[in-house]
Design a protein around this ligand. Sequence first.
Ligand SMILES: Nc1ncnc2c1ncn2[C@@H]1O[C@H](COP(=O)(O)OP(=O)(O)OP(=O)(O)O)[C@@H](O)[C@H]1O
Ligand SMILES: [Mg+2]
Length: 349
Amino acid sequence: MIKQTLMCPNCKNKVTIQGVPGEKISITCPKCNNLGVFTFPQEKTKDKSYMIKVNNLTKIYDGLKAVDNVSFKINRGEIFGFLGPNGAGKTTTIQAILGLIQVNSGEIKINGLSISKKGKEAKKHVGYLPEKVAFYDNLTALQNLNFYAEMKNASKDECKPLIHEFGLSEAVDKKVGKFSKGMIQRLGMARAVLGNPTILILDEPSGGLDPRGVVLIREKIREMRDKGATIFVSSHILSEIQEVCDRVGIINNGVLVAKDSVSELSTKLNLKPVISVELEKMLDAVAESVKKVKGVEKVEIKGKNIDIICEPKTKSKVIVAIEKAGGNIVNLKTKEPSLEEVFMRYTGG
Ligand SMILES: Nc1ncnc2c1ncn2[C@@H]1O[C@H](COP(=O)(O)OP(=O)(O)OP(=O)(O)O)[C@@H](O)[C@H]1O
Ligand SMILES: [Mg+2]
């Protein structure tokens, strides 16, 4: 219920009214009988557009700044990739977001709620895959998930289908103590998405997984995003992150060295795409012609193939130049700059 004091535009008399957010009411001024309509404002949620907000986070371990004054915001409904080499501070940042460690300074909010002040409420709709996934060894996969379903207030009916979805059908009644690393990781993912969380925090989800498992998780991430979830995923396996993420943050030695969309990072770093053209027959005139196109940086000939590094907008001019020089194009592929290249430039690898 909201209380609001209004002033009659006619006689300036003040009236106090009560209503619920979004409610539209007709009011008659008790003094001059002037008739008006008022709509109560929608309830304000703090930091409405951001699902996760990290402000000036610092965590020191034994005199070492594991996370050094890191700030970033994750928009509602986006997939944010958090990248960095081993020991960069990814897990520490995640643990801080979830209020699992005491930080030296900084403010963290999940869906507008402070993790230090309202941790339980803030984490209510968060699914988490920790770096080191742990379960009760002497309980089966199903018993474990049932236990977490109860803790999360999720329906136990979800457990079996999730175990199947993550390729563990054969192991549903097997004790987790006998699981391989990849199987535990798959069960960890099932636990993270249990109860359909609106925020998913995944610390190295592909750790220990076979290629099929990696694809399974990538698809699940996309599916959760399509359902409206916000996803924060850390990794150092760049090619995988590159495929699913809307934006990335790159952390090195505790310092956030970049945050942007993959394509914007590439532009800023002047990383250019490679156009790979297969010709029916290689002609000297083709290479000469392509080299003369403005915006072409490098030309490399390998048999019937020609690789051209150039500005993205130069691509069509390059094709015209090849055809003008008598080249007959059989196949054409464009390889966008990889996050690997972006990562190497930022972390000095
Ligand atoms: N509990 C701890 N006690 C002491 N130092 C720690 C602790 N946890 C992390 N550190 C240190 O903090 C730094 C960041 O570690 P963190 O685990 O956050 O890195 P990471 O980016 O997750 O690395 P990885 O890719 O290997 O998982 C490292 O130097 C690490 O040794
Ligand atoms: Mg880690």
